[in-house]
Design a protein around this ligand. Structure first.
Ligand SMILES: [Zn+2]
Length: 499
């Protein structure tokens, strides 16, 4: 209770300092765990007296927050809360709908001008920490959040882009895994805490050395092409796919962000292999129907990072059930993976490498994650890379855009040894996309930035000729129009008779 009051007091005092304080919120110790602390030597002699301890001067980095150490989960969550309170018109904390396997809430942050006002802005989604031990991905995502808020209003490009784009960040997708790794209980953990089929799994069960070989690889659990090459059938496999497409709540969270927003650009941050990756990630996929503009953006990002860029199987390895497969094949989202902080033989090198990776300095000259993130923000605003609906509708009406269709897993790999010879059935699942937009008072027409209605096929290099159902609802009346719109096109939609 006392701790809670202190935390609230800290938040309040930081809030009244105005928009963004010069210093980030105070750094806190690692999260409490149910494990015993390091043993104290019971008979240790008292410390020698009278030797004054002179603390080293606090070192400040050139990162937006000046940080010099990796955050804990508690710090990430309290910073997201504080940022939203300190910036109510431009930042909104979101609580994702599904609690983690251990019952923890997963948080994100939305940033745009007038963040609480319904709008038709295109969305850029950025995630960190699908994989527990990849700590730099949390830092890079958090620092970009601060960067946007700190430079909004002074940097003309960032200010302009926050007029145009809604940025959604989820810094820690795998919250349970992060606590296991960041606390050093299981420093090299990759997967989530699905260590038992029981409904309720405890922190202690996840931390138990006997269960360390278990868990689901969250970047193998998305539905599109789930169960194919580059994912393990075995519960002890490091890339275990899980028991079904979207079996894990942490993955359902990201799926639902993508199905309830018009995410036109998405990035999944990982470490440590110096690659910019795009779909296809698995051998089962065709060449993407959008390969020309999709790859062009990948190559520009590769230039920003000075890394090789391209499809997974060609420049990396194969993987099925990845975030970019789900994003691209469900909605046509241009989705990527960054393999950050390379060359240090670890998934979380000393913090200096995070600083250098963000800025493209020191160990990574000219290889700036920030430059890549800015390019993606610009790409989200670029109307040649998504679609636009100009919708005539009465003020105060609620507009919805809707699609529902069937998607496929891969033909299921039946065991880990027989790679591509023993295959089972292909699972089908229903994917629904829904987003809403309330027409502001005084308006007769609104601009809605959306993904193309044409959907890339999972089976050939071609588009499925689908439409969006655009519905206007006003009191007890409604009107629906089906619209076909390609990437780069603007479509006129008249639903003004819904009043
Ligand atoms: Zn990873």
């Amino acid at each position: 209770m006392t701790r809670f009051k202190i935390a609230v007091a800290v938040v309040m005092s930081l809030s009244v300092q105005g928009l963004l304080a010069q210093t980030p919120p105070p750094q806190q110790p690692p999260p409490p765990t149910q494990q015993t602390p390091p043993p104290q030597t019971p008979s240790a002699p008292p410390a020698p007296a009278a030797q004054p301890v002179i603390p080293a001067p606090m070192v400040k980095s050139p990162l937006p927050t000046g940080r010099v150490t990796y955050r804990t989960l508690i710090e990430v969550n309290s910073e997201l809360e504080w940022l939203a309170k300190a910036n109510p018109a431009r930042a909104r904390r979101i609580e994702l709908p599904h609690k983690s396997v251990l019952g923890q809430t997963v948080y994100g942050l939305e940033i745009t001008h007038d963040v609480n006002v319904s709008s038709g802005k295109p969305v850029f989604l950025m995630t960190g920490l699908h994989h527990a031990r990849e700590w730099p991905t949390v830092e890079l995502t958090m620092e970009f959040i601060y960067d946007l808020l700190k430079n909004d209003g002074t940097d003309p490009e960032i200010t302009g882009l926050l007029d145009q784009v809604r940025f959604i960040a989820v810094p820690v997708v795998n919250v349970d895994g992060y606590e296991m790794s960041r606390s050093l209980l299981i420093e090299n953990k990759r997967r989530n805490c699905r260590v038992s089929a029981e409904k309720f799994i405890t922190f202690a069960e996840c931390a138990n050395p006997a269960n360390r070989g278990l868990g689901v690889d969250l970047n193998r659990n998305y539905g599109a092409f789930w169960g194919g090459s580059g994912a393990s059938v075995s519960p002890t496999g490091d890339s275990h796919r899980g028991t079904a497409p979207f079996s894990e709540p942490e993955v359902q969270n990201i799926r639902e962000i993508m199905s309830s927003n018009q995410v036109v650009v998405a990035l999944s941050n990982h470490t440590p292999d110096a690659k910019v990756l795009r779909a296809p990630s698995a051998n089962e996929e065709p060449i993407p129907a959008d390969v020309v503009p999709y790859d062009a953006l990948a190559q520009l990002l590769g230039g920003d990072l000075k890394w090789e860029a391209g499809p997974w199987p060609k420049i990396y390895y194969t993987a099925s059930g990845t975030m970019e497969e789900q994003a691209y094949y469900s909605a046509g989202t241009f989705a990527f993976t960054f393999e950050n902080a390379p060359g240090q033989r670890t998934f979380h090198p000393p913090y200096a490498f995070v600083i250098d990776q963000y800025l493209g300095t020191g160990a990574y000259p000219g290889s700036s994650a920030r430059a890549g993130y800015m390019r993606l923000l610009r790409a989200a605003a670029d109307t040649t890379l998504h679609s636009v609906l100009e919708v005539k509708a009465p003020a105060g009406a609620t507009l919805t855009i809707h699609k529902s269709f069937s998607m496929d897993s891969s033909p299921l790999l039946l065991n880990d040894n027989a790679r591509d010879t023993a295959r089972g059935e292909t699972l089908k699942f229903t994917q629904t996309l829904d987003a809403t937009f309330v027409v502001p008072s005084g308006a007769k027409q609104v601009t809605w930035h959306v993904n193309p209605s044409l959907r890339p096929s999972q089976h050939a290099q071609e588009f499925l000729q689908e439409t969006w159902a655009v519905t206007c609802s006003f009191k007890d009346k409604s009107q629906t129009v089906n619209v076909m719109v390609k990437r780069g096109e603007t479509a006129q939609v008249d639903v003004s008779r819904c009043r």
